[in-house]
Ligand binder design. Structure first.
Ligand code: ZN
Ligand code: ZN
Length: 494
């Protein structure tokens, strides 16, 4: 579909590379100077585990960039650089949404975010599914095609719903699993929920350019026995369509995250349908989005004139309607995620098929609420106390709990005190009671002279104190006027 008549001097370059990057700052300054010298626009993400790049510019500049990078570090010799000619961004809005109106170079923790859950560690990329070249992938599907139904073989689309709407692999006799997620960070939960379907199967995964499969296939394999046979299409749909210009087993169009929007084969069927009238339609250039979750939706030109707000199929399933956008309805908060559009055009938005993080928008991304427990509490107890609220809000918000950094010892007094108590159990004056029944307690702030020795479970009080106020542990910042004093200057005892 790329129009390479007059404007063939323009191109888009996509690549990612997982590799140990020992000197990140050095690589950062390389990208900064190289990309600005060559007037490249787009996104560069660097982490200690690799790089993920989507840039556009003059074709010759993009070629120079590749050469300079290979010369800079031989680790990039084997990188799969996907360079395509195309027209320059014609539509400002699309170019802006795709991040092609500026250059954003950033160091990030992870190249793609498999899960928004802070405690889910990214799987080891070295354990990713086996790479299949486009032709190997094709033959796997072809071989299966010739036999009777292969129920040990599965196709798994690792992309988001709005991408699969307009194109996906389809091979007779092989089931294609379409997780219908709004964003990549929802995929790991889908995998968790559907692991029985994947267990014991040969799973053939694919995504746009390959990077999402690297992480997701490693995640599937990390589930252990029964999940060994995971394969991924190396280079993604992009490389496959180059190899099979007539589309092969890929039907429809390949959604891309640059201003091209989608790329079709020479024999493109229209798979998408208008959300409203269900006519055949697969053009995202008007960037219509769901009112609730901001995910891209397909709305044909006629219907765009009729309606101004839309509800995507996922939100419809969740019972959302255009008119019910205000607060509590059936106990659930139903608010449109305002700001998603803004976020989308910010440098935070993802440009590339290689960069599922954030995609072209962060549709329906659950609000993550950091819940900080109180003094002498801990994450677990706070989580317990807020569980019913968390349940009520689970569709729109996720509560994140962490323990405070300072572990507090239990203080007791050897001198007799009438009202000494630990939680509900009476605290004997001597010796200290066993600690098994008392969970660890934490504080966010401690006095400057706090000794912090967490190995001491029980500690003798320095002076008489009211155990309910834990004088010693609040000393130094809690003051009589109720204000906090975080500086080390105040040591006055109350
Ligand atoms: Zn329509
Ligand atoms: Zn929606």
């Amino acid at each position: 579909m790329s129009d390479d008549k007059d404007r063939d001097q323009y191109g888009v370059l996509l690549y990612y590379k997982y590799a140990n990057i020992p000197n990140l700052e050095d690589l950062l300054s390389f990208y900064q100077s190289n990309c600005s010298q060559l007037s490249l626009l787009g996104r560069v993400r660097l982490s200690s585990r690799g790089v993920n790049v989507t840039v556009g510019g003059k074709l010759s500049s993009l070629e120079s960039h590749i050469e300079a990078l290979k010369a800079k570090d031989p680790v990039f010799e084997t990188t799969d650089f996907k360079l395509a000619t195309c027209h320059e961004p014609l539509n400002d809005r699309v170019a802006k949404e795709c991040g092609f109106t500026s250059l954003s170079i950033r160091i990030v923790e992870e190249l793609v975010t498999l899960s928004s859950h802070p405690l889910l560690k990214s799987p080891e990329i070295s354990n990713a599914g086996r790479h299949l070249s486009a032709s190997e992938f094709h033959s796997s599907l072809q071989n299966a095609d010739q036999k009777t139904p292969r129920d040990d073989l599965l196709l798994l689309d690792a992309r988001n719903l709005y991408e699969t709407r307009i194109g996906k692999f389809h091979a007779p006799n092989i089931e294609t699993l379409d997780p219908q997620v709004r964003q990549y960070s929802d995929l790991s939960s889908w995998i968790d929920d559907n692991s029985e379907k994947l267990k014991g199967k040969h799973v053939l995964m694919y995504c746009t350019g390959g990077i999402r499969c690297e992480m997701a296939s490693a995640y599937i394999k990390s589930k252990g026995a029964g999940f060994e046979n995971v394969f991924q299409l190396f280079g993604g749909i992009q490389r496959y369509l180059e190899q099979f210009p007539d589309g092969g087993f890929f039907k429809g169009k390949n959604f891309v995250f640059d201003h091209r929007i989608s790329v079709g084969s020479s024999d493109t069927d229209v798979l998408g349908t208008c959300l409203i009238c269900h006519c055949s339609f697969d053009d995202y250039s008007s960037r219509c989005r769901c009112t609730h979750c901001r995910m891209l939706v397909l709305v044909c030109h006629n219907c765009q004139n009729e309606a101004a707000s839309y509800v995507c199929e996922l939100c419809q399933k969740q019972g959302k309607a255009i008119s019910s956008m205000q607060l509590i309805d059936n106990g659930e908060l139903k608010t449109p995620l305002e700001g998603a559009e803004l976020q989308n055009s910010s440098s935070n938005a993802t440009v590339s098929p290689q960069m599922p993080k954030g995609d072209d928008v962060r549709p329906s991304k659950k609000l993550r609420i950091l819940c900080l427990h109180g003094f002498r509490q801990n994450a677990s107890s706070f989580k317990g106390r807020t569980s019913s609220l968390a349940k009520k809000l689970k569709k729109i918000a996720e509560f994140v709990f962490v323990d405070a950094p300072h572990e507090l010892s239990f203080i007791y007094q050897t001198t007799s005190a009438e009202d000494v108590a630990c939680e509900s159990s009476p605290l004997p004056s001597s010796p200290p009671p066993p600690s098994e029944n008392c969970r660890k307690k934490y504080a966010w702030l401690v006095a400057p002279n706090f000794d912090g020795s967490s190995d001491i479970n029980w500690k003798v009080a320095e002076g008489p104190f009211d155990p309910l106020q834990y004088q010693q542990q609040t000393d130094g910042y809690g003051s009589g006027d109720g204000s906090f004093n975080l500086c080390a200057t105040r040591t006055t005892k109350r």
